[in-house]
Design a protein around this ligand. Structure first.
Ligand code: HEC
Length: 191
């Protein structure tokens, strides 16, 4: 009789690899929420950076970027339960270093860019099991645009470069051209 309590390994395997329909719907909903969070993060930060550069100049805007990026991320997390951040293969702030999964996705984004995909719409997500909890991880590429060149471009003004190096002695985040991938937004959402 004892054997009856244990479903066969085959059955367990089938249950695990076939995500039920409700869970798939859930993934779609979560994915949409992740996209909205990124949209909000991206637009808020860009607007604040642009205003800061125009009103106070790029050296003042360095502090705005440093201070506001984590604050906006915190605000999103409180409101939605989604953890958000930014990462890159060429870091300015070492606190933004990618983990192994993020590094893999960033490398895949570079390959996709080389194959001609538009970085403006590039994204990747996975539903994963972390310490027994299901979560969705989502990344979205951040293309380098005109505004970014002031602080990430190939010809950063001397005084701006010096201010960046004072704050970030190991800065690797200059030398970009428009259309390259500067990094990615990276999100974790519990399911
Ligand atoms: C006024 C200067 C300035 C401008 C303009 C600027 N950045 Fe940055 N960027 C910074 C600073 C400073 C940091 C480090 C922030 C921190 O301490 O977390 C940073 C960090 C980043 C990061 C996080 C990864 C890392 O290297 O630490 C990304 C991604 C990024 N910037 C993308 C962009 C993009 C895309 C644009 C254009 C839309 C842009 N930045 C414009 C100054 C700037």
């Amino acid at each position: 009789m004892r054997r009856m309590k244990f479903p066969s390994l085959a059955l367990v395997t089938v249950a695990l690899i076939h995500t039920p329909v409700w869970a798939q719907d859930d993934t779609e909903v979560r994915l949409e929420q992740a996209r909205e969070a990124v949209q909000h993060f991206s637009e808020s930060l860009k607007t604040e950076l642009k205003t800061a550069v125009e009103d106070g100049g790029p050296i003042h805007a360095i502090d705005v970027c440093h201070q506001r990026a984590p604050e906006i991320a915190e605000e999103i997390s409180t409101r939605t339960g989604i953890q958000t951040g930014r990462t890159s293969l060429q870091l300015r702030n070492p606190d933004n270093a990618p983990d192994d999964w993020e590094r893999g996705v960033l490398n895949a984004f570079e390959e996709r860019l080389a194959e001609g995909e538009d970085p403006k719409t590039m994204e990747h997500y996975e539903v994963r099991e972390e310490n027994g909890d299901r979560q969705i991880r989502y990344m979205r590429a951040i293309p380098a645009g005109e505004l970014c060149m002031t602080c990430h471009g190939t010809e950063v003004r001397y005084d701006v470069e010096q201010a960046l190096l004072r704050k970030y002695p190991d800065d690797q985040a200059t030398g970009y051209s428009e259309g390259q991938i500067r990094g990615a937004f990276t999100l974790v959402q519990p399911m």
